[in-house]
Design a protein around this ligand. Sequence first.
Ligand SMILES: [Zn+2]
Length: 133
Amino acid sequence: MIREIGGVAIQTTHRASCHCGRVWLELDLPRGIVRPGHCNCSICRRKGTLTGSVPLVGLRVIRDDDALKRYRFNNGAEEHYFCAHCGIHTHHHTACDPEHYSFNIGCLDGIDPFMLEADIEPNAGAGLCRGAG
Ligand SMILES: [Zn+2]
């Protein structure tokens, strides 16, 4: 469980945003960052995103401006959300773990994921969409 990264506290309800600011999320993270890691599925290994896990009810889109788009693959079982303007991946949902979203730790306001990277074993964390091929 990770409650701060680089000296910045993870808030119980922490805001996240894409790069251009059109998409805002609100994440309930009462236990901090849970299951941080890299997934090695076909899309995550291309993105290289460091992700954490949050229950479905713990992630809310609070601003969208019609920017948030969904890319689906694997017969629609995998859903990856991104901003259509700046291209940043904010979160995804997989058939492997239908009760949770994985979210992009780099989108959390004030958080530098590279302060955490050194502590993460390759493929050790969320890895939630490994079955996606
Ligand atoms: Zn954006």
